[in-house]
Design a protein around this ligand. Structure first.
Ligand SMILES: Cc1cc2nc3c(=O)[nH]c(=O)nc-3n(C[C@H](O)[C@H](O)[C@H](O)COP(=O)(O)OP(=O)(O)OC[C@H]3O[C@@H](n4cnc5c(N)ncnc54)[C@H](O)[C@@H]3O)c2cc1C
Length: 344
């Protein structure tokens, strides 16, 4: 689909995909309105640890392993994407700590992937190519930057779209030509765009520890990560097929115990549980590009790397809407790549 210059663009969803896309579109000179009924940050993006971690993800998450090159390309887009914004990208080492046998298995996987590492005298494996940022303040910075470029924000939910007529939950019908669907895990029934029927939910519970560790390296252990910050985050569960937002200490207790085993001082911390739901596709990569439904452009299915992938996805959204070539990454993330499975 070609986009006429002057097209009125609506974005549904103010998570990191929606905000990054709105910012990229505004930078390209397009007029954008973002709709989201939730409070800013009240979504998966707001609870995330904010790790931009291609190496760790390829090493610890089998679904991400084949996508290491793409994840690295996405990470490398971050510094330019947030240049001039109030966003700090931290580039500290990742320490992998645990029993000797387990470290041996991880090191063998690392060698297969060709990831550079070094060993500390205490035996910890060190990866030095993963970054991180603070999720909540970065969401706010993206929103501020988008507003400064004229993006309008409205607290409303999109219920229906056809080119020229966007329907909102309060009954209003507004004149928009294109809808960018960045609704995270919320829309999965195919009603707004048939491709969302290929999304499955993965509930994620993450712990906030106070006092925790404010700065330093991310620590990865068996079945747990410790991400320094204010507050420190310890994560995260991967509860396949679940989309409820109820905190469940029985499920998160193993995370807490694993964290205390790595850093005994954390036994004294106050613990709060936060919950988000990730949307996943069959291959673990997002759906980005035109829907079969006229005028709808998808940016959904971020799974556990939505922060890492956001500038890459936003760049593709902007490419589609300015009639540029979305290139190799556009083909890999094509929004209609599961059409045949949905028809079968
Ligand atoms: C515990 C946890 C830890 C994580 N840690 C990391 C990490 O360290 N690094 C990383 O890269 N990723 C991480 N992730 C994954 C990452 O958070 C997600 O992939 C990403 O935030 C998804 O962003 P999104 O914009 O697609 O969805 P969301 O952030 O969920 O935003 C979707 C928005 O759409 C809105 N919406 C829904 N329906 C409508 C509608 N009809 N109209 C308008 N608006 C609508 C919702 O209100 C919501 O605000 C983590 C996830 C979890 C749960």
């Amino acid at each position: 689909m070609r986009t006429e210059s002057g097209a009125r663009i609506a974005v549904a969803g103010a998570g990191v995909f929606g905000l990054a896309s709105a910012l990229a579109l505004a930078r390209a000179g397009l007029a954008v309105t973002v709709f989201d009924p939730a409070r800013p940050g009240d979504n998966a993006s707001g609870v995330a640890a904010g790790m931009l971690a291609p190496a760790s993800e390829a090493l610890f998450d089998a679904t991400s392993t084949p996508h290491l090159a793409l994840l690295r390309r996405a990470r490398d887009l971050w510094p330019t994407f947030v240049e001039g914004l109030d966003v700090e990208i931290l580039q500290a080492d990742v320490r992998i700590e645990g029993e000797a046998d387990w470290l041996c298995q991880i090191d063998a996987r690392r060698q297969v992937l060709g990831l550079p590492q070094r060993r500390e005298p205490d035996g910890a494996l060190i990866l030095n190519e993963d970054w991180r940022l603070d999720a909540c303040s970065t969401l706010a910075a993206l929103r501020t930057a988008a507003s400064a470029l004229g993006v309008v924000f409205e607290a409303a939910s999109v219920t229906h779209f056809e080119p020229g007529a966007l329907t909102l939950s309060d009954g209003r019908v507004e004149g928009f030509d294109v809808l960018v669907l960045a609704t995270g895990a919320s829309q999965r029934d195919g009603a707004l765009a048939p491709e969302t029927a290929s999304l499955a939910p993965i509930k994620g519970q993450i712990l906030q520890l106070d006092p925790g560790q404010a700065a330093g390296s991310v620590v990865r252990g068996s079945g747990v990560y410790l991400c320094p910050g204010a507050p420190m985050k310890v994560g995260a569960t991967m509860e396949f097929g679940r989309d409820d937002l109820s905190p469940d200490p029985a499920i998160t207790n193993p995370l807490l115990q694993a964290a205390i085993a790595l850093r005994p001082a954390l036994a004294k911390a106050t613990v709060a549980i936060e919950v988000g739901v990730r949307a996943s596709t069959p291959d673990g990569l997002p759906l980005v590009g035109w829907s079969a439904r006229a005028g709808i452009l998808l940016a959904v299915g971020a799974r556990r790397n939505g922060w890492l992938l956001a500038p890459l996805v936003a760049g593709l959204v902007a490419a589609y809407l300015t009639d540029k070539d979305p290139g190799q990454d556009g083909a890999q993330l094509d929004a209609r790549r599961f059409d045949q499975e949905l028809e079968a």
